[in-house]
Design a protein around this ligand. Structure first.
Ligand SMILES: Cc1cc2nc3c(=O)[nH]c(=O)nc-3n(C[C@H](O)[C@H](O)[C@H](O)COP(=O)(O)OP(=O)(O)OC[C@H]3O[C@@H](n4cnc5c(N)ncnc54)[C@H](O)[C@@H]3O)c2cc1C
Length: 337
């Protein structure tokens, strides 16, 4: 199922607002957090709250400061809470091997109401990455592209230009776009912070995301699935896990570093296997000859072809299958036996 973010975010925000208000809280919009406050020294350091200005610096409004036993960083890939946590521990926040810049546009084109999602792994001269066409509703598609930051830098390419090139020149896609029209102003770029395991993490996997007084969730905790690009499900899992480690009474004087440690260990225990295998799959699909051979087998209309297709579909959509399919040996077994 595909739903535009405008609608999804509205439903989510509306429900979250209701829950917060029902529990005696308040919701403030248009409040960019500019400072995250830290107290203490050395191992005793802890985050105690945030400051910002409603409407931003140029609004002329006054600075507002909020303190809490637990500050939750949910500000996406560039979250100031996440930055403060990593800076405080002298650890890197961003990793070019695990961050994927993405760009999308909406196109008026033939795609059917519930037509199939087209996902193309691009390689060769175009660099390497994904190009997708997702039908949103009859006659409207979400068309986008994403590539690992390090590869993008190596190829000195801009995603927007790369997408235009694929649409105009790629033998498989240019025909589909012949009578298509881009929705003016719909182009938008974003960063996808993946939850794939880091090679030599200084502390936690995929990265440090919590400390005394604070914990991060969702993109702020770099949790997007590196193969499917899904970040909403792990965002909810992280939020549930973090809050399960917070005790309103016991931690009234501040979320302790032990609870922050437990949150990080527990979250990786839950998400680590899927994140690790999704990363392996992301790497596997870049092996062009292997993939072409594999897809050749998958496209055959025999028992094995159907089995591989079923497994592939599951690998993209099902979490438990992502834990199963991902090693080269398992893929080879699937193809040969
Ligand atoms: C092109 C694209 C397609 C995607 N498709 C899918 C998909 O199909 N399925 C899926 O599951 N995931 C998808 N994802 C990933 C998904 O969008 C994210 O993982 C998800 O939105 C993460 O939610 P979040 O709330 O953690 O972060 P975000 O959605 O980024 O929200 C962060 C919020 O924090 C706010 N903010 C930032 N800085 C500050 C600040 N200083 N002060 C106050 N507020 C701040 C931002 O304005 C924003 O509202 C896609 C991502 C991209 C880029």
């Amino acid at each position: 199922m595909v739903i535009p973010r405008l609608q999804f975010d509205h439903v989510l925000f509306k429900r979250a607002t209701e829950l917060v208000r029902e529990n005696g809280g308040a919701v403030i919009q248009d409040f960019p957090v500019s400072d995250v406050h830290l107290v203490g020294k050395g191992d005793e350091q802890r985050i105690i709250g945030v400051s910002g200005i409603v409407g931003g610096r140029r609004s002329g409004n006054e600075v507002m400061t909020f303190t809490a036993p637990l500050t939750i960083g949910a500000g996406g890939y560039n979250c100031p809470v996440s930055r403060k946590i990593t800076e405080t521990h002298g650890e890197p926040m961003r990793d070019d091997d695990h961050y994927i810049p993405a760009y999308r546009e909406y196109w008026e084109m033939e795609c059917g109401k519930t037509g199939p999602i087209a996902l193309q792994f691009i390689g060769g001269e175009l660099g390497g990455g994904y190009f997708w066409i997702c039908p949103v509703r009859e006659g409207l598609c979400n068309v986008g592209i994403g590539m690992v930051q390090r590869e993008l830098k190596q190829h000195k390419t801009k995603l927007r230009a790369l997408q235009a090139q694929i649409i105009a020149e790629h033998p498989k896609f240019k025909v589909r776009f012949e009578s298509a029209k881009m929705v003016e102003g719909s182009g938008i770029g974003h960063m996808i912070p993946c939850g794939s395991p880091r090679k030599h993490p200084p502390s936690y996997q995929p990265r440090r995301i919590a400390m005394a007084g604070a914990g991060c969730v969702g993109d702020s905790a770099t949790l997007v699935n590196a193969f499917s690009g899904e970040g909403i499900d792990p965002a909810f899992v992280s939020a549930k896990t973090l809050i399960a480690h917070f005790d309103r009474d016991e931690h009234a004087d501040g979320f302790p570093s032990e609870a922050a440690h437990d949150y990080q260990v527990e979250l990786w225990k839950q998400l680590g296997p899927v994140m690790t295998n999704s990363y392996k799959m992301q790497k596997l699909v870049k092996k062009r000859r292997l993939m072409n051979w594999f897809m050749g087998k998958a496209s055959k209309d025999d028992k094995r072809g159907r089995m591989i297709r079923d497994q592939l579909e599951l690998a993209v959509s099902s979490k438990s299958a992502q834990e199963d399919v991902a090693t080269p040996w398992q893929l080879i077994k699937l193809m040969l036996f």
